[in-house]
Design a protein. Structure first.
Length: 346
């Protein structure tokens, strides 16, 4: 096989964050799992936060996360950049600053040329460098399915950690990117995706959430998360779970990547969408009245998706405008209102 004919997505069963284990399966596996309490641990897996946070002293805490997945695009450089952007996003979602990265690589050495591996790493380093994050090492194994990712360590002030479940009633809800990467990737694997859709999705996934975080730091923010493998509604459900708040999401305000509603109507839906719906549908207050195609979009697993943040209404429009001036596809998509622990789709 000639190098130029190699399609990275042809070496895997799943792609990107759509390869995640379903939230229901993870919940069953982790339910009741306990460990000794450590007062220095400010955030762990128990609250479905985006990253762990460990307090060093009154002025600094470490932020730690790991993300890796199979290729979601065929171009090696772009895949590497997306993998790094996706891993960095967890630190940004906590309001943190990335410091160092370690590579995680599963590589079919007899199937993919080494120059492709080098190109992947160049792409990853390009994203890490943009975030002023230093690659300091990693680990690799020979594996029939290609997977790449990074473990990121960052820092944050202990009193300034952003959390995903501290919503404040009356706040406005901002989403910093367009939806639909999972649907486009499924169409790509079926060789039905348009070049416009592939290019738009690739460009967005390779875009860091750094500028979105920096803009949100100028706002009165109550809660934040990044939208990845559990879809917009899956991660929104984590925000309302156990809280006294609900969310209202205006579906007409969401920005969409090209052709995604067409792909959803054609049934080009990732398997992860069904897992997400199965586990999180009870959080949707009016699910029975929503167009099934729209629900598939709202539960679509995103790779390197945007930040979903609740901010004071007085800051919302300014933040959205600033994000879009940076080339993002941000939108004001709803508000913190409605029945407790429920999401209403308007």
């Amino acid at each position: 096989m000639k190098d130029e004919a190699i399609k990275l997505t042809g070496f895997t069963r799943f792609s990107g964050c759509g390869a995640k284990l379903g939230p229901g399966l993870l919940d069953k596996a982790l339910c009741g799992l306990s460990q000794p309490k450590n007062p220095a641990v400010l955030s762990d897996f128990s609250a479905a936060e985006d990253a762990g946070v460990y307090k060093i002293d009154e002025h600094m805490a470490l932020v730690q996360t790991v993300d890796f997945f199979p290729p979601i695009v065929d171009d090696p450089f772009t895949f590497g950049r997306i993998a790094a952007a996706n891993a960095l996003s967890d630190v940004f979602a906590m309001g943190g600053t990335p410091l160092t990265a370690l590579t995680i690589l599963c590589y079919p050495k007899d199937k993919i040329p080494l120059e492709h591996l080098r190109s992947m790493m160049e792409g990853g380093i390009s994203a890490l460098t943009e975030a002023s994050c230093s690659l300091v090492g990693g680990h690799s194994v020979d594996d029939p399915e290609l997977k790449l990712g990074f473990s990121i360590t960052g820092r944050v002030e202990p009193q300034k950690v952003w959390r995903n479940n501290t919503l404040r009633k009356g706040d406005a809800l901002i989403f910093s990117k367009a939806l639909g990467t999972g649907l486009i990737n499924t169409a790509l694997r079926a060789e039905l995706a348009s070049e416009e859709a592939i290019e738009a999705a690739s460009r967005q996934m390779a875009t860091l959430n750094l500028s979105a975080m920096e803009i949100l730091k100028t706002a009165d923010l109550s809660a934040c998360t990044d939208v990845t493998g559990f879809g917009l509604l899956g991660h929104a459900a984590e925000m309302v779970s156990g809280s006294a708040c609900g969310l209202t999401i205006k579906s007409g305000s969401l920005k969409l990547l090209p052709d995604v509603m067409e792909y959803a109507s054609m049934g080009l839906v990732p398997e992860g969408t069904y897992r997400n719906k199965e586990f999180r549908l009870p959080f949707i207050a009016n699910a029975e009245t929503i167009d099934p195609v729209l629900l598939d979009l709202l539960f679509d697993p995103q790779t390197s998706g945007g930040l979903l943040a609740a901010v004071s209404p007085r800051d919302a429009e300014r933040c959205v405008e600033a994000m879009n001036e940076q080339g993002l596809s941000a939108a004001l998509i709803g508000s913190v209102e409605g029945p407790s622990e429920k999401i209403t789709i308007a």
